[in-house]
Write a new protein. Structure first.
Length: 301
């Protein structure tokens, strides 16, 4: 199978980066009026329903869900419910662009976790270098909050990082679903995570007591669920099928700039010099982890 990127797959990748960057943008709007746990539940529930409609009983989805519901519950917890909640709670105090940058450390944590829990994905010199550069970038981002001059509280900065760690565990755990059609895995985890977050939302937020949100908040929630979750999964699967998982993973580099651009243009967000430096270091670390730039330079030499 030809996994090279062409103009069409690059355009899809850029679109996906914009859409996933938009998830932080929409969350920044919605989380100011909808409690984080309720927002997580709405995002997962609506996206799950949309994917079930899209699948329309294909791929043998319901026998698979019935047979492997326990595994879907675990995946839904660590790949949806927990990280989304951590990010949304963090976004009550920090902007979407900064949250996206911190969450972009996901591949770094994935590499570190896989080294310890798998037998076939051990650290290499390039991976170690990429992880170290990315972790330095994370420290640069967080360090201002260690002093009294920091604008954002440290806990709000740490939550997207913890979400990235959760995604790292999910990426490793998700390998057991490799023989299941990707849309089924997505629908299964969204269904499971909706069931997990429903009682949490009811107990913590009592959503029936909340005031009716305004139209812009409703639109932000719908966009977060239907565009930045359900449609984004479908788009990701299409890129993966056309260009392979490694090429699809390049979207990690595109999400923070998209989230920053949307936040600056529409929400008045601004990044400090330290935050730009941290983003650059994390991005450079991800490029090292990806390895392709190094291989191209080696060939040129």
């Amino acid at each position: 199978m030809d996994n090279r990127m062409n103009a069409w797959t690059w355009s899809l990748l850029l679109l996906l980066g914009l859409i996933w960057g938009g998830s932080f943008f929409f969350a920044s709007i919605a989380v100011q009026h909808v409690p984080p746990l309720t927002l997580v539940f709405l995002r997962l529930l609506l996206a799950g329903i949309a994917l079930h409609i899209y699948i329309a009983s294909r791929f043998g989805i319901y026998p698979i869900l019935k047979a492997r519901w326990r595994e879907f519950l675990i995946l839904g917890l660590i790949n949806n419910a927990l990280p989304h909640a951590l990010i949304f709670f963090g976004q009550t105090r920090i902007g979407g662009g900064l949250a996206a940058i911190l969450n972009a450390t996901t591949p770094i944590w994935t590499v570190l976790i896989a080294n310890y829990v798998t037998s076939d994905e051990k650290l290499t010199s390039a991976k170690i270098a990429g992880c170290l550069v990315g972790l330095v970038g994370t420290i640069v981002l967080i360090s201002p909050s260690l002093s009294a001059s920091g604008e954002a509280p440290l806990w709000a900065l740490l939550l997207p990082v913890l979400a990235a760690v959760s995604y790292g565990f999910a990426a490793t755990y998700g390998k057991r679903f490799k023989n299941i059609p990707a849309p089924v895995t997505a629908a299964g985890q969204l269904t499971a995570s909706s069931l997990i977050t429903l009682p949490l939302s009811l107990l913590a937020d009592r959503p029936w007591t909340l005031p009716m949100p305004s139209l812009d908040i409703v639109v932000a929630v719908l966009a977060l669920a239907l565009v930045s979750t359900a449609f984004a999964y479908i788009l990701y699967f299409r890129i993966m099928a056309a260009a392979g998982a490694t090429n699809a993973s390049l979207v990690t580099l595109l999400v923070p700039p998209s989230a920053i651009l949307l936040g600056v243009l529409f929400l008045g967000e601004r990044l400090t010099l330290a935050e730009f430096a941290g983003m650059a270091l994390i991005g450079f670390g991800l490029v090292i982890l990806d390895g392709r730039a190094y291989r191209l330079l080696a060939r040129a030499a």
